[in-house]
Ligand binder design. Structure first.
Ligand code: CA
Length: 280
């Protein structure tokens, strides 16, 4: 009996090994499937959340590596991209092709970016995003005052570039919108930066207004907290989602509702928040 048990032992352990191997293979296959599905989901989300109109873009940037990276990223997003490495070439491209958007590096070899910005503004109202290494507030304010629509501080990520381009194109598109946005009894006037509920001023802080307006432009659509941080707070990576929660809660108070009894602002658990017409 002892001999038979000893002979059975190696067979059992071989079977165990085989079973373990099969489990490993199955686990690996499941893991691979999980990774594939995650990637599919990310692509799907990106397409849904980040879809924006195609535009013709002129990039004016003397650093070849950055210029080519930006061109590749924007072309991959479906834009029609032309690039120039000098200010003069860039100005010519803007005059000749009348693009929808310009991305302008402030440090160019032949002309200061700020000078070029002024020259461009004299001949065109094209939206301009400046890319600058100067991150100090007063430089940014000066840049915006001299006619830029938005800015990117170097070094910036691909996601930041995409987000800023999206934001500017969206602003241009909504700028052509006539009059304020009305959702139910709520009216938001971007030009006057006024929010009214049943005709009564809501007295929102600038950030509260920005959040509400951002949601109003996409009413009925769930917007993630991360997207709000990226678009309203300009923090695509950093920033705490708690900040968004706090502003949503302040907005709810001003709208006379609460998380438990929400009307206009509805939280979709684990996804984000949406603005809806409660009586629709
Ligand atoms: Ca440069």
């Amino acid at each position: 009996m002892a001999t038979a048990a000893a002979a059975a032992q190696p067979a059992t352990s071989r079977n165990l090994c085989r079973i373990r191997l099969i489990v490993r293979v199955l686990e690996l296959a499941a893991f691979q499937e999980y990774v594939k599905e995650s990637l599919r989901r990310v692509r799907r989300d990106r397409t849904n959340a980040y879809s924006f109109p195609m535009a013709s873009v002129v990039i004016i940037e003397d650093e070849q590596r950055i210029r080519e990276l930006m061109a590749r990223v924007l072309a991959a997003a479906g834009h029609d991209v032309a690039s120039s490495s000098t200010a003069m070439e860039g100005l010519q491209a803007v005059v000749n092709s009348a693009p929808d958007l310009v991305i302008l590096d402030m440090g160019l070899p032949d002309l200061d970016g700020a000078e070029l910005l002024k020259m461009m503004r004299a001949v065109s109202q094209v939206p301009i995003i400046v890319a600058t290494a100067r991150s100090e507030d007063r430089d940014i304010i000066r840049t915006l005052d001299s006619g830029a629509d938005d800015y990117l501080v170097k070094p910036f990520s691909v996601e930041q570039l995409e987000a800023r381009v999206r934001a500017v194109l969206r602003r241009v598109a909504s700028g052509s919108r006539t009059g304020p946005i009305t959702i139910g009894h709520l009216t938001l006037d971007a030009a006057a930066r006024e929010a009214r509920l049943d005709g009564e001023q809501l007295g929102l802080s600038p950030k509260e207004f920005d959040v509400l307006y951002f949601l109003a432009e996409r009413s009925g659509e769930v917007v993630s907290k991360r997207e709000l941080l990226a678009e309203v707070w300009r923090q695509p990576y950093g920033g705490s989602e708690k900040t968004v929660d706090v502003h949503i809660s302040w907005l709810r108070k001003k709208l006379g509702e609460s998380a438990a009894e929400s009307r206009y602002l509805q939280t979709v658990f684990g996804v984000g928040v949406k603005l809806v017409d409660p009586d629709a």
